[in-house]
Design a protein around this ligand. Structure first.
Ligand code: ZN
Ligand code: ZN
Length: 584
């Protein structure tokens, strides 16, 4: 190869590097995927300063001979797959084939590889091969990339702070560990272990190793299929949620994918089970014939389109909802620790945000619990109850504390019920049903109700009189900015008719472009909150009993329509354990 040609190739690689390896995460991704391609069973990623100073990936895979080792850094000399269509048909992950030369062009690389017979060491500096020699090496590959972007000072600007680089790498490797439970992954940054899985092939164990014991205990296995799709994995109990959607992992044929539509639907399936803007922890693998999917690949992300998307969506949605409905969803009052930390955050992420430096080492000793114990606890939650029967047994109220929390019992244990949340759930389901019915029962108020509005709201509401009529609200214009209500639904709480109407008109006036279903939903939630007994409202024992009886017959008695819990429990066993009556 002539000098000029070589120069231009180095230049081309540098340019390509800008697109392909703009983040250290992309370098880690490329190296790890090469290791997976090489059929490795154990992959170790060691970083210095979040990988900016050094990235070393060691594997026990097939390794390379001398020829392949040198070719690996030559642009376009890839033997790898280039046909995107085949992506899901074959095992190979490193489909781009251009990343390695790009990485080498902006760093120092040392490759040590052995196919079990011959060991080869290649050193590359800024894209040019410096040295090739034989060495006595173990089978597998160790590749060390140091001083990334050293010869392109501007690139350093693109490296945001070290923490974000590292957070991206951790997130990527979490997903890989979830995709490949049978590969042992180890991630270390500046001698601190950030992820360690054991490659045992047990997905729940990987979930435990990533999210910790408390989460693993609150995961349930799911499975379903139709003619085209088979879905399996784990979903979290509603009481276990996160503030962002990072813990929703969807795989297609064991490969991490991103599909916003699918994610949205998964979140939707948890609707009213968890608070708004909170997200479940999910690992779902979708098995599908590759001809039913269309993949759009970009060096740094992968989007996927499904044909028969609606079938897939309803399959997954029904699966999640059926599972949630069957579960006994009363959160247990925490026995082990007195705190009630409901928000789960990855310890290493929060720790690092606080310190604004690299994430903390996970002390596995601290959280280490026998996986068998986790599995048992995860299973014990999965108690299912005959679907026709209410999922909570009859409870006898004993009294009330802080004018808000009803204390009740039955043979299984003791319950604490939030009176407002419970009433809100009951009314929500009642209003939802009433508004969805075709036959509207309405009454005409004896004394006409007049409602004054701001000129602005008045104009908007006037355009939607037909929508309101469909729900039994008939209004007439009466002078400027005033309506007279002729009929309204019968189910409005007595004495609160005008307030209910005003709330509904307020919703109409928000100008939000909601469908009929969404309107019903919003109205039901708003009215349920306004029309239900509040904390500090006095109710007697009979009223409590009625409330509890009605609650347990709800479709979802466990959360209010905003996703907050209505009821928590101490089981009889918990109480005995806490008072040391039962020692195990
Ligand atoms: Zn409320
Ligand atoms: Zn609520």
């Amino acid at each position: 190869m002539g000098k000029i040609q070589l120069m231009s190739e180095v230049l081309a690689n540098k340019i390509a590097a800008g697109e392909v390896v703009e983040k250290t995460m992309n370098v880690v991704k490329e190296l790890v995927e090469n290791s997976i391609d090489a059929q490795s069973r154990a992959i170790k990623i060691e970083l210095k300063d979040s990988g900016v100073k050094e990235i070393r990936v060691s594997d026990d895979g097939l390794g390379m001979d001398e020829n392949d080792a040198m070719l690996a850094f030559s642009r376009h000399a890839t033997s790898k797959l280039l046909d995107v269509e085949d992506l899901f048909n074959i095992e190979s992950l490193g489909f781009r084939g251009e990343a390695l030369p790009s990485i080498a062009s902006v760093s120092h690389v040392v490759l040590k590889t052995s196919n079990g017979k011959i060991g080869t060491i290649v050193e590359i500096d800024g894209g040019k091969i410096d040295k090739v020699e034989r060495g006595d090496l173990q089978k597998g590959t160790v590749i060390t990339v140091s001083d990334l972007f050293y010869n392109t000072p501007v690139r350093l600007k693109y490296l945001r702070n070290l923490y974000i680089e590292l957070a991206n790498i951790v997130e990527y490797l979490d997903k890989m560990a979830l995709s490949y439970p049978d590969i042992k992954f180890t991630l270390i940054n500046n001698d601190k272990v950030l992820l360690e899985t054991d490659g045992s092939g047990d997905l729940l164990k990987v979930i435990y190793q990533i999210y910790g014991a408390e989460v693993a205990k609150k995961m349930v296995e799911v499975e379903c299929s139709n003619d085209d799709y088979a879905v399996s994995g784990y979903i979290s109990y509603p009481e276990m949620y996160k503030s962002n959607r990072n813990a929703i992992t969807t795989l297609v044929n064991n490969r991490v994918i991103r599909n916003n539509e699918l994610n949205k639907m998964i979140i939707e399936a948890y609707h009213t089970y968890i608070p708004k803007d909170k997200f479940p922890i999910i690992v779902l693998n979708i098995s599908v014939d590759p001809i039913l999917i269309d993949i759009n690949i970009h060096p740094t992300k992968m989007d996927i389109k499904f044909s028969k998307m609606n079938e897939l969506k309803s399959l997954v949605e029904e699966m999640i909802q059926r599972r949630l409905q069957k579960l006994l969803l009363i959160p247990k009052a925490s026995v082990r620790t007195a705190s009630s930390v409901r928000e789960v955050e990855k310890p290493l992420i929060t720790a690092s945000f606080k310190e604004d430096i690299a994430p903390q080492e996970i002390s596995y000793e601290e959280v280490k619990l026998d996986l068998q114990e986790i599995r048992e606890e995860s299973d014990s939650y999965q108690e299912t109850i005959e679907e026709s029967e209410p999922r909570i047994k009859k409870m006898i109220p004993k009294g009330i504390v802080h004018m808000t929390y009803i204390i009740a019992e039955n043979e299984d244990g003791m319950y604490i019920i939030d009176q407002h949340a419970a009433a809100e759930r009951i009314n929500y389901e009642k209003y939802l049903k009433a508004m969805s019915q075709d036959e509207k029962e309405v009454i005409s108020p004896l004394i006409p109700i007049s409602i004054d509005m701001t000129p602005n709201d008045y104009i908007i509401v006037r355009q939607h009189l037909d929508l309101l009529e469909r729900f039994g609200i008939v209004m007439e214009e009466f002078g400027s900015n005033t309506f007279i209500v002729r009929t309204h639904p019968i189910w409005f709480r007595e004495g609160y008719e005008k307030e209910s109407l005003m709330k509904i008109l307020e919703l109409v006036a928000t100008k939000e472009d909601f469908s009929k279903e969404k309107f019903i939903e919003k109205t039901a939630i708003t009215l349920a909150c306004r029309m239900s007994i509040k904390a500090n409202d006095y109710i007697n024992l009979d009223e409590m009993e009625y409330l509890l009886d009605t609650l347990r017959k709800c479709e979802n008695p466990f959360t209010c329509p905003h996703g907050r819990p209505t009821i928590i429990t101490y089981t009889k066993y918990d109480l005995e354990k806490m008072f040391k009556r039962s020692m195990d």
